[in-house]
Design a protein. Sequence first.
Length: 334
Amino acid sequence: MTLLEIENLGVVYEEDGATIRAVDGVDLSVEPGETLGIVGESGSGKSTIIKSLIDILDSNGSVADGELRFKGDDLTQFSNEELNDRIRWKEISYIPQNAMASLDPVYRIGSQIVEVIQTHTEASERDAMDRAEELLNNVGLDSERLYDYPHELSGGQRQRAVIALALALEPSLILADEPTTGLDVVIQDEILKLLSEIQDEVNCAIVLVTHDMSVVAEVADKIAVMYGGRVMEFGRTSSVFNNSNHPYTIGLKNAFPSLERGSSKSRLVSIPGSPPDLRDPPMGCRFKARCPFATQECDSVEPPTVDVGDGQRAKCHYTDQATEFRQRGESSDV
Ligand code: ATP
Ligand code: MG
């Protein structure tokens, strides 16, 4: 059974009397044990999608449309209590965009893990402490770290501790929001490797949010490319990279000329232009203003989501011209 099916998700934020449609008509799915990478530039709606799954949107945000089916249940129908009892930590855990934010500066690492375990299970203090130690060891931290405060750890160690916390109750899905941002490249690689190893061991699925194409290239089985609150392209990582069907994906790929992490060429070259105003999204295609291939049709008609084979789909009027777009994109001007 598919682990998670997001269907026609719409999320809005109310701000200053305006409605911001941060996520609009999003369909995504995650199979047990697989990694889905969500990429896209800042503001494209990545964090909003994963926060909506466990209902931790900012207070001015809400799910306006759609279903979030997890193991067959629609999460949007769960009350806060039901989410606490059945879903959060136990089934779905969350590594926030700012890892420090999930560690409390005034409690020792061990106590924080013990607290999560004891809040959600019947475990005794002793058993919870043993489990905390085992978890730290599993993420490559010494047992002594149990007694450290967050500020006593390096950035990489803190991120490991946060991962240990996320694993505490053996969830079947981990939502990781930019888990390596802000860490140096070597540490980033270690953390990504750790996530993959853990996944093999405990067989959990991961939704990994990042703006870095090289990160998803390394660890994701499937990729969703977000732009302006919509999924522009979705499919297996190799297909999305080698057979990109959306001009935005082609542009993103060219913005990372070398996908080898840490290479001098992997710096970000942004695609010219700015994202659409989500208070008043434009008609037609949301990417049209920045698309080198846009036509009048793109200006007025919303593109369909086209199935291009092998589960890959792209939201573009011109998927039949994708081969030409890719060639032109590589040669220069996208
Ligand atoms: P980043 O890469 O910068 O983390 P993101 O892809 O995670 O970006 P989101 O944080 O999901 O993007 O934001 C999507 C859109 O919703 C953006 O336009 C953002 O400005 C808006 N937004 C997010 N949170 C709020 C909020 N609490 N109130 C109003 N607008 C918000
Ligand atoms: Mg974000």
